[in-house]
Write a protein that binds this ligand. Sequence first.
Ligand SMILES: [Zn+2]
Length: 307
Amino acid sequence: MTCVVAGVDIGGTKTRVALCAPDLTVVDRLEVPTPAAAGGTAMVGAALDAVGQLLGRGDARLLGVGVGAAGVVDARTGRILVASDSFRDWAGFGVTAAVEAALGVPAFLDNDVNAFLRGEAAAGAVAGERQVLAMTLGTGVGGALWLDGTLYDGPHGAAGEIGHIPGFGGLPCTCGGRGHLETLASGRAIAARYGERTGRDLSAREVADAAAAGDPQARAVYEDAGAAVARAILVTAGLLDVTTVVIGGGVSRSWALLGPSVERALAAEPPVSGHPVRVLPAGLGGDAVAVGAAARARAELTEICEA
Ligand SMILES: [Zn+2]
């Protein structure tokens, strides 16, 4: 019988579960809707049902479960601390306790951006790297740090929260602040900045399509986003000497557009160390958070399976 760890990615609309072999190869995966409006018990219940379905397809033995969830989480106690308004009865919910009670195996909780970085560092674009900044450019902008080969999350679990540092103009941010990176580089911001220039209401992906078709306003919006991402990279490299950056989230799928604008801005202002920073798009696609959550579980588990 083979052994597996399960990685669970609980997002705002979809929950993705991956069963991973001990080397973190994805053995099987399933995506189900997240019942975010039905509360924490229902959300974890949907994830547990998906884990059960996947286990029922084979004869693998489950060793543990890692969960990645949006919002501020307490990775030590396995509780959600702060959740967005779209989740009901989620803040305060004890995720790992519920999973352990249902499945009888150890469970672990991470913030989803930290889990994304764990996944990419364990089995993705930055596998084997020791000093990494991760950025997720999605609806918002998230960040996480991998220092000396391990996740650094800080005393409040908020290290690497690069989306909400100031110095990026004066536009109002979703968090109530101003001039944060997120106001230029999130998917929502790309759509809004394009709308201000043109009066047209397009999604970030549609703005990317317009840029590819030669629309100068769309190109300018992505150029601004890329320059802002590059500035955030340079600040981080200057402080922490990170060598590598991995970028995920929906906006990163337009890498042919975003990547060159980041590289242009980095080339214009190289890091003071004299060592160029490598910038890579995420390698695990939609599996990154689930694989990273599984990687946390595998790292914490004492039981080793030599299948
Ligand atoms: Zn902000």
